[in-house]
Design a protein around this ligand. Structure first.
Ligand SMILES: Nc1ncnc2c1ncn2[C@@H]1O[C@H](COP(=O)(O)OP(=O)(O)OP(=O)(O)O)[C@@H](O)[C@H]1O
Ligand SMILES: [Mg+2]
Length: 237
């Protein structure tokens, strides 16, 4: 469904993403890991259209999307969440989902929004102000809900579990498992926790200084000495 072919992103002298080649199938659940500053979020930004790659090619369902603007990528079925929750100010939870849905589909389907509110356990907060009245777990759930509201075929999740306590994390993991089954979406999730990845993903890809250094089954990849070294070596954040 998604094909990255030698994708690079340079910021001045810094190569944040370095010739990454990766294929994502329509039913894949893939973990994307790497040390702080390894280029994970920048790779998501390149896929979703927030930054323009300085080299390589990106195809989605066989179509070259390198020059496709962000909202059109959303309409093709590329959904994403943000590492730092970004609810829209002065809007309720429901209104945030309406805006996201309109962005991703061009129309509003309130039945679908109610379904997403239920699924993400936000139904009882639907009419609350999203920016000021939600706890961290709910803000994270809203990030996933907004991404779902765009009606994606492929969902890019940027550290949606980070910062949650054990119970919140467990509930969230259950939700992510169901999400794949219920909505039939492919998922690429950036996540630091090895156990979480091993639990949720059939495949894990590892970035190190912008380069893809491993791509395979979690139990194989997490035993790879180069991967362990990239994790325990000096952080370059
Ligand atoms: N807009 C930008 N302009 C300049 N440099 C940037 C920009 N965005 C990211 N970078 C740099 O690119 C590198 C990769 O950053 P990125 O945010 O993609 O890392 P990451 O793997 O998501 O890290 P983290 O785990 O901390 O979220 C870093 O060195 C970062 O400082
Ligand atoms: Mg990041």
């Amino acid at each position: 469904m998604l094909e990255l072919d030698n994708v690079s992103v340079r910021f001045g002298g810094l190569t944040a993403v370095d010739r990454v080649t990766l294929k994502v199938g329509s039913h894949d659940v893939i973990g994307l890991v790497g040390a702080n500053g390894a280029g994970k979020t920048t790779l998501f930004n390149a896929i979703s259209g927030l930054v323009r790659p300085t080299g390589g090619a990106i195809r989605f369902e066989g179509r070259d999307i390198m020059a496709t603007p962000m909202y059109q990528r959303a309409r093709l079925g590329l959904g994403r969440s943000f590492q730092i929750p970004q609810p829209m100010h002065e809007l309720t939870v429901r209104e945030n989902l309406i805006v996201a849905q309109r962005f991703g589909t061009g129309k509003v389907d309130m039945r679908k929004i109610d379904e997403i509110l239920d699924f993400t356990s936000l139904a009882n907060k639907a009419e609350r102000d999203a920016a000021s009245e939600l706890a961290l777990t709910e803000l994270k759930a809203l990030e996933v809900a907004k991404a779902l509201a765009t009606n994606p075929k492929l969902l890019l999740l940027d550290e949606v579990l980070a910062g949650l306590e054990t119970n919140g994390k467990r509930r969230f993991m259950g939700m992510l498992k169901d999400l794949h089954a219920k909505f039939g979406v492919g998922i690429v999730m950036i996540e630091h926790d090895i156990e979480t990845i091993s639990n949720l993903c059939q495949r894990v890809a590892v970035l190190n200084f912008g380069q893809l250094i491993a791509d395979g089954a979690p139990d194989t990849v997490f035993r790879d000495p180069a991967v362990i070294e990239s994790y325990t070596g000096a952080s370059h954040a």
